[in-house]
Design a protein around this ligand. Structure first.
Ligand code: FES
Length: 153
């Protein structure tokens, strides 16, 4: 944590960049870390929490190792994105009410438009974009991830 703050010279004007780095490191913004940042940058705690909760990009909830973003914007919706959301629910019991698996492997996020409507339906897993995804294709990608994880154990 101190390394991140040092790399930004403890500069309170770089709060957003600091929060981005912290989120990359922890995959979310733990509340004790936000308090620590506020103290070290000499900012009111409310200001740091305000920024962290204002931007949809930031999360105060822990996320899984693989964040599966399924677009449910208009173009993706008419191309059956709901079947992909249903697959996540069937396989991992993930939905709007329970976005993260208990083993912290997957987090499901339903998003409105990823700006790649020509590839609808679109799924992004971490930084990798998958276009024209159907249930079989998503299932195969998830199988691959699970096999990789199994090998690492
Ligand atoms: S509606 Fe899904 S990428 Fe635009």
């Amino acid at each position: 944590m101190n390394e991140i703050l040092d790399s930004f010279n403890n500069d309170p004007y770089r709060l957003i960049a600091i929060l981005q780095s912290v989120q990359e490191e922890y995959r979310y913004l733990p509340e004790p870390v936000l308090s620590y940042i506020a103290t070290n940058l000499g900012l009111p705690r409310a200001r740091v929490f305000g920024v962290a909760t204002f931007y949809a990009h930031f999360s105060l909830q822990p996320k899984g190792k693989y964040v599966v973003r399924i677009c449910d914007g208009t173009a993706c919706h008419v191309n059956r994105s709901q079947s992909l959301l249903d697959l996540m629910d069937e396989r991992f019991k993930l939905n709007d009410n329970k976005p993260t698996t208990d083993d912290m492997l997957f987090t499901l996020e339903k998003v409105s438009c990823l700006g790649a409507c020509g590839l609808a339906p679109v799924v992004v897993i971490n930084d990798r974009v998958y276009g024209q995804v159907n249930v079989d294709k998503l299932g195969a990608v998830l199988d691959e991830i699970l096999e990789d994880e199994e090998r690492r154990r």
